[in-house]
Design a protein around this ligand. Sequence first.
Ligand code: SF4
Ligand code: SF4
Length: 150
Amino acid sequence: MTHIIVNQDLCTRCSICAKVCSSGIIDSADEAHLPQTQEANVARCLYCGHCEAFCPSQALLLNLPDEKVPLLAGASTVSPEDMELYLKKRRSVRHFTREPVPKEKILEVLDIARYAASGGNGQPVHWLVVQDPKKSGKLPSSLSNGWRIC
Ligand code: SF4
Ligand code: SF4
């Protein structure tokens, strides 16, 4: 599977996509070559979408695995009014039910959380999800204090 798809008619060979790739897996473009990723490096892709988002010519499309949702699809459809409402209604939730959260849902949420800004898109945060309340109660207080999912 081609990892990135570059439209040769739109690509200006600026190599911005290569410069912004935090995994350093996009080979720069030149007169004779479009930017590309070597097959051996594809596994290092974070699927952060930087290459696609930063392309000034909209020439690059990230070829996502089937289970991934396109990052930019519908991005321009949020109206200013909706955005204002989302921002004003944001709250920190501190009261929870005891109903277990399905593992798939937790993984989905964590996949979204990894898009939070991090230096150089290094994504240095690691998550420990403990679903068994008995086990989560045994975590060291430094870990469990404020970090518990049960
Ligand atoms: S950023 Fe876009 S235009 Fe520039 S080299 Fe990459 S694909 Fe081509
Ligand atoms: S999605 Fe991110 S890590 Fe993957 S090639 Fe694009 S910029 Fe690099």
